[in-house]
Design a protein around this ligand. Structure first.
Ligand SMILES: [Zn+2]
Length: 128
């Protein structure tokens, strides 16, 4: 029986791991939309839970994937779902808190390495 963590917790964990990878490798210095890349990681982590909202023939297929260890390729989705108590608040809130702290650190370090401007409705960034 696969248990469940709040999907927002999966999103926050995928986002956090992606941001940690960007920070640890220094890629955040050269990727302009690093927070957007973090959100892509979050959506990859939340993907197996999409079976909750898909129409039936597809929901069953994704649910089979969600209930198998293969779901671990989506930022350890299966492992987390099987080890966290049903709808436990602690882990999702911890993941969200870490994601917020990392986003603030990322914005701080972005300002050191990039100069982003919003001029005439156009957003642009240059590496300092
Ligand atoms: Zn799940």
């Amino acid at each position: 029986m696969v248990k469940k963590m709040f999907p927002i917790g999966h999103f926050a964990l995928g986002y956090t791991i992606t941001i940690i990878i960007l920070l640890a490798t220094g890629l955040y210095k050269v990727i302009y939309r690093d927070i957007f890349v973090g959100c892509i990681g979050g959506f990859v982590a939340i993907f197996p839970d999409i079976h909750w909202i898909l129409p039936e023939p597809y929901a069953y297929q994704v649910h089979l994937f969600h209930s198998s260890p293969w779901a671990d390729i989506c930022f350890l989705h299966y492992t987390i779902d099987t080890h966290v108590n049903d709808y436990d608040f602690f882990w999702p809130v911890l993941c969200i808190a870490i994601a917020i702290i990392l986003t603030l650190a990322l914005i701080h370090w972005d300002n050191r390495h990039k100069r982003c401007t919003l001029y005439d409705g156009k957003f642009s960034c240059k590496i300092k």
